[in-house]
Design a protein around this ligand. Structure first.
Ligand SMILES: C[S@@+](CC[C@H](N)C(=O)[O-])C[C@H]1O[C@@H](n2cnc3c(N)ncnc32)[C@H](O)[C@@H]1O
Length: 200
């Protein structure tokens, strides 16, 4: 997917998907008022809209490497509670060590070309008792496996999606302890995995 081109139509085209997928994540989250949350691969800010409209608390920083996505997020956000929007990719997060109480990666892990480096970077910016929430496509569903094979040859920016056990292994190798893992089919096509982890 080319997010530079897709940015302006992303919210309209993916509304049903983002509502259902982010709903699956947001209903699990509990953060305290002063907690610092980092959303990696925030896109046009749909997690922020959903989280804060449901009364979610915390101070949110959101990054995405695609300038066009961040510009849309900023425009949508005018007049609402401040979110610190920044252009950055997961491979080099522009934050000091142990800054965040929680890091979220929603619907973007399948684009990370170096998942090991991405996880090391997420772990670096997480506080010792911080939580990492990963929501992504799950290759255990045959529809997602088929989509993964197709996008692997057809989409330049796509990297790959993982099975539940592959994700757990990646997290384990990156010194995360997995606290919970759930999978859910949110439509006949889309099958997701939602993982909660912390520093091992
Ligand atoms: C499908 S969108 C998801 C956006 C948002 N999290 C949501 O759920 O609506 C995937 C996003 O991942 C971003 N992305 C791609 N590669 C990335 C990377 N290396 N680091 C961080 N984000 C990345 C894309 O620019 C895009 O905005």
């Amino acid at each position: 997917m080319n997010f530079k081109i897709l940015a302006s139509s992303y919210d309209r085209r993916w509304k049903g998907y983002t509502d259902r997928s982010l709903g699956f994540l947001v209903e699990r989250l509990r953060f305290g008022a002063g907690e610092k949350i980092l959303d990696v691969g925030c896109g046009t800010g749909n997690f922020e809209s959903k989280w804060l409209s449901r009364g979610g608390t915390g101070s949110v920083t959101a990054v995405d490497p695609c300038v066009e996505m961040i510009e849309i997020a900023r425009r949508k956000w005018v007049g609402k509670d401040p979110v610190d929007w920044q252009v950055a990719g997961v491979q080099a997060l522009p934050f000091p060590d142990e800054m965040f109480d929680a890091v979220i990666s929603a619907n973007s892990f399948h684009y990370y070309k170096g998942p090991e480096q991405a996880l090391a970077e997420i772990r670096r910016v997480l506080k010792p008792k911080g939580v990492f929430w990963l929501l992504d496509w799950c290759r255990d569903f045959w529809t997602m496996k088929a989509l993964d094979l197709f996008l692997g040859v057809a989409a330049k920016d796509y990297h790959r999606c993982y099975s539940q056990s592959e994700i757990q292994n990646l997290l384990g190798e990156a010194s995360f302890a997995v606290e919970s893992v759930e999978t859910r089919k949110i439509s006949p096509l889309w099958g997701l995995v939602c993982v909660k982890g912390g520093k091992a």
